[in-house]
Design a protein around this ligand. Structure first.
Ligand code: BF8
Length: 628
């Protein structure tokens, strides 16, 4: 394992995870940590990015010590191999977020055409704002606006336009930097498919050129597919506002039907939430001896319904198998992404029903219902109904919910943050200028069994808020912070004196939950708004990003669009690039001259905090603000 807190378990800092992992062990059930151990030692060639299986002349590998082969069969050297591998990783992440965004757009169109019962246009203000951004007439009725907007967003995926509309939210100086490098994103699907083309054997063999297209694919996600996912989700389900909720496995209820919502999209989960309030289904649950129907989230579907509906969060990525081990889950409903292939197997060891809902994301041993915007509402009722009936099959002797829930406040969309500030970013900027808040950092990303669960997130964030740096979070990092108690207003006491005073005055926690991983676009939108208000490019801001425990291709893409947008980004796990000195140097050093931002890799969260604090203070100095 990489970085560990030696005084605690190697697996997690969370008591609920440790207790359930022990229960799984006693019951002879395999978890991710068992499989991680069985994989040791992991392949050193792959870890360095020095293996290639892109074509069938291979697989090939390059000897990092210089004794063995230095080229693959095709002639690719270490730089080409590493760059191609990283580029494909970034393209896959961009494809995942952006395909999720497309599902939202398709539903928006169906709603506009009256074909999606159960869904509605929820935030008309956001809808008309987006319509104006895309140059539509202001006096159209909402359905017509929604239809035109959906069609315009579909075009963003194609090749019709020279640029992605949302990139116009950025300062001109940023767009000029991209134009100079040739990385301004065109169509979303265009960039991703060009990336796959260029990494086919015998196309693009210039490591720098490959990496530039990787950045372009990432920007097509950050200022394209992911941003579309966030904005359209807000239109359909409401722009989040601060909402009180709870977190950790203790949110499951012993005496209720428990349904876990897992994956990334709000489309099915919102319909399950509606159905769970259906009086007939509640009555049926009571007839079967349950006190009610309890929903809980996992991963980013959990973040979506937490942000908008206040549905409590059971846990983050490494808890997904263990949630079932409570023996208290009647159904787990998944859509796509970050769902371990092992989960239905775990469900089969209990009474838990495991439902898949997308034809593009099927699992063996799952019960499959096929989602469409037309049948979403009916499907929500069917899912809840089957979960309720399954309560009768629960074996109470196997139930263990080993935690009391922790309170949290969620729902900090950009709109909600600005509303808390009185409608403009002015007060936030004033606090930054006065030095009460030194800067802001997005602490985001996953869990990874290479790192003690939540150790990286919690320790980094603790150090940042103590240094008067406001933390914005999303994804599984947000769940870690909530479990640690950072997301209640009283957590202001953990912050330095300046940040504490601001949080106290506004009644907010020092760590603000901005949503799921596609909602990292909320963070870059906020950065763009702050940069606009200050009249500078984003790389001048005292801001940074960190992904202390990342594992996924999507996280690699997010990191790339953060850096390309001008945000210094610290990774807690090294990406598989160390086999190429040229690629590593470009990421750690070379990008800065062109983009004003770069990557750093630092597994120790306290050292990562020191790097970030140093960066924030350096940016303050350059802006002429006081620096420590
Ligand atoms: O999109 S943080 S483990 S759940 S990839 Fe996955 Fe990572 Fe969690 Fe959300 Ni994001």
């Amino acid at each position: 394992m990489d970085h560990q807190d030696a005084s605690k378990s190697n697996f997690s800092i969370q008591p609920d995870t440790l207790a359930l992992k022990e229960k799984a062990r006693q019951e002879g059930l395999e978890t991710i940590w068992d499989r991680f151990a069985a994989q040791q030692p992991q392949c050193g060639f792959c870890e360095l990015g020095l293996s290639c299986r892109i074509c069938v002349m291979g697989p090939c590998r390059i000897d990092p010590f210089g004794d063995g082969p230095q080229r693959g069969v095709c002639g690719a050297d270490a730089d080409i191999m590493v760059a191609r591998n990283l580029a494909r990783m970034v393209a896959a992440g961009a494809a995942s977020h952006s395909d999720h965004g497309r599902d939202l757009v398709e539903t928006l169109l169906a709603v506009a055409e009256g074909k999606a019962p159960g869904y509605k246009l929820n935030d008309l203000e956001k809808l008309s704002g987006l319509a104006a951004e895309f140059g539509m007439a202001p006096d159209l009725p909402p359905e017509a606006q929604a239809k035109e907007l959906a069609l315009a967003l579909m075009e963003e995926y194609g090749i019709k336009k020279g640029f992605l509309q949302f990139t116009r939210r950025l300062p001109a100086a940023r767009l000029e930097k991209w134009a100079k490098l040739g990385i301004a994103p065109r169509g979303i699907d265009w960039e991703i498919s060009e990336m796959l083309h260029r990494t086919h054997m015998g196309v693009d063999n210039d490591a720098v050129n490959l990496l530039l297209q990787a950045l372009r694919s990432a920007l097509a996600d950050g200022w394209g597919g992911s941003m579309i996912a966030t904005e359209v989700s807000d239109v359909l389900f409401g722009t989040p506002k601060p909402v009180a909720s709870q977190v950790n496995i203790g949110v499951l209820k012993k005496d209720q039907v428990n349904i876990i919502l897992h994956g990334h999209s709000p489309l099915v989960s919102e319909m399950v939430a509606q159905a769970a309030a259906d009086p007939a289904l509640l009555q049926r649950a009571q007839d079967l001896g349950a006190q009610g129907i309890n929903l809980a989230g996992l991963c980013c579907t959990g973040n979506e319904v937490l942000m908008r509906q206040g549905i409590p969060m059971a846990g983050n990525h490494l808890l997904q198998e263990l949630a079932i081990v409570t023996g208290a889950v009647e159904a787990m409903v998944v859509d796509y992404q970050c769902i371990m292939p092992s989960v239905p197997e775990m469900a089969s060891c209990y009474h838990t029903l495991f439902f898949t809902t997308y034809d593009k994301a099927k699992f063996p041993k799952a019960k499959h219902l096929s989602f469409s915007p037309e049948n979403g509402a009916a499907m929500g009722r069917e899912l809840v109904s089957q979960a309720v009936e399954n309560f009768a099959r629960r074996d109470s002797a196997r139930v263990s919910i080993p935690a009391a829930p922790q309170a949290q406040v969620s729902g900090f969309s950009v709109e909600a943050i600005l509303a808390a500030l009185g409608g403009t970013p002015g007060p936030l900027l004033d606090a930054v200028k006065a030095g009460q808040i030194r800067g802001a950092v997005g602490v985001v990303g996953c869990n990874n069994p290479k790192i003690t669960q939540d150790y990286g997130h919690v320790n980094l964030t603790k150090a940042l808020i103590a240094a008067d740096i406001l933390v914005l979070d999303t994804g599984c990092a947000a769940v870690a912070h909530a479990k640690a108690g950072f997301k209640v207003p009283e957590a202001a006491d953990l912050a330095g004196p300046g940040l504490k005073a601001v949080c106290r005055a506004l009644g907010i926690p020092p760590v603000l939950h901005m949503g799921s991983c596609v909602d990292n676009t909320r963070i870059i939108n906020l950065c763009a708004a702050l940069a606009g208000a200050l009249g500078v490019d984003l790389d001048h801001l005292p801001v940074a990003a960190a992904a202390p425990e990342w594992y996924s291709e999507k996280a690699a893409t997010i990191a790339c669009y953060a850096v390309a947008s001008g945000v210094f980004t610290v990774l807690g796990v090294a990406p598989p690039v160390l086999g190429s000195a040229a690629v590593t140097d470009l990421l750690l050093n070379g990008l800065e001259a062109h983009l004003g931002a770069k990557f750093a890799v630092e597994p120790d969260p306290l050292k990562a905090a020191a790097l970030i604090i140093n960066h924030v203070e350096g940016k303050r100095r350059a802006l002429g603000l006081d620096a420590r």
